[in-house]
Design a protein around this ligand. Sequence first.
Ligand SMILES: [Zn+2]
Length: 70
Amino acid sequence: MRRMWSRLLCLFGHHSYFKIKELSDYSVQVGCTSCSKQWGMHHPTKSFVDWDEDLKNLYATIDKCKKDDL
Ligand SMILES: [Zn+2]
């Protein structure tokens, strides 16, 4: 029952956020414990976007550049 209630809250945009990963000094990847959705949060612009394939690829590329020290 509690889980159903959480899902209902998700539908109205009240997710149970938790931090997945620090992407940079200004951005973080977050997820919801109830519905398992994920987002990317950018602090300076206060933007909140769905963690889709494009965003995933973007940060995978950034990570790769950091590792290769480019
Ligand atoms: Zn949710």
